[in-house]
Design a protein around this ligand. Structure first.
Ligand code: DX5
Ligand code: ZN
Length: 221
């Protein structure tokens, strides 16, 4: 994974009545990844979409589907999301009883592996696996909903992970997810994030000018 800044718009903030058109618009607007928030109403209080929806979105774009699984018993669903067209499958360590097994299951399905840390989840949950994964997703809101306020306390965690990744000379994406907007995107990049997820800022700012909002997030320095 190269460490240039990538923007991964979250379709959780899209108009679900026309999700296909929204994905095509994000593609045309220059999104690097498409962030797909999967929620099961158990691991998090909200329910969103499953593999069938991803399967229907897959033919509409060649962009990377950056699938964020906020679901329990995640191993049961890896193959389904892989076959549906996910490119990166990111899971929460609290959603499996064996992190290594889940990593290997995602690799067996020939997909890139991400591990996601909730704001209060410790780095210790991911530290031992950094050499085996492609992406660490640092959540800057409690998982479950778009449009929440950025939690600045996660910046320290981001810096700590960046330090470890740099010391080990690992080429993995550091993704920040939750409440990212034009006023905090500079600080999260400086702290080490190279993939910025954003839902409400991209879909709602500047009258929903997707291209402008994606460029503003990518270029703010
Ligand atoms: C929250 C999701 C985030 C969220 C980001 O549980 O994982 O990806 O959709 O949306 P904003 O940018 O509005 O916080
Ligand atoms: Zn997400």
């Amino acid at each position: 994974m190269s460490n240039s800044i990538k923007i991964s718009p979250s379709i959780l903030s899209a108009d679900f009545s026309k999700l296909g058109e929204e994905v095509i618009s994000l593609d045309k607007a220059g999104a690097d990844y498409i962030h797909v928030d999967v929620m099961d109403g158990h691991f998090v209080p909200n329910i969103t979409i499953g593999p069938e929806v991803i399967k229907n979105l897959r033919p509409l774009t060649k962009k990377t589907f950056d699938v964020h699984l906020m679901i329990s018993q995640v191993d049961r669903h890896i193959e389904g999301f892989a076959n549906a067209g996910a490119d990166i499958i990111t899971f929460h360590p609290e959603a499996t009883d064996d992190v290594k097994k889940t990593i290997n299951l995602i690799k067996k399905n020939r997909k890139k592996v991400g591990i996601s840390l909730k704001p209060k989840s410790s780095i210790s949950l991911v530290k031992d696996y950094l050499e085996e994964i492609d992406l660490v997703l640092i959540m800057s809101v409690e998982p479950g909903f778009g449009g929440q306020k950025f939690m600045p306390e996660v910046i320290e965690k981001l810096k700590e992970i960046k330090k470890i990744v740099t010391e080990k000379n690992l080429n993995i994406d550091l993704e920040i997810d939750g409440g990212i907007n034009f006023s905090n995107c500079k600080s999260v990049k400086e702290a080490g994030a190279n993939v910025l997820v954003s839902g409400s800022a991209i879909f709602n700012e500047n009258n929903g000018d997707l291209k402008k909002n994606i460029n503003l997030l990518r270029e703010a320095s």
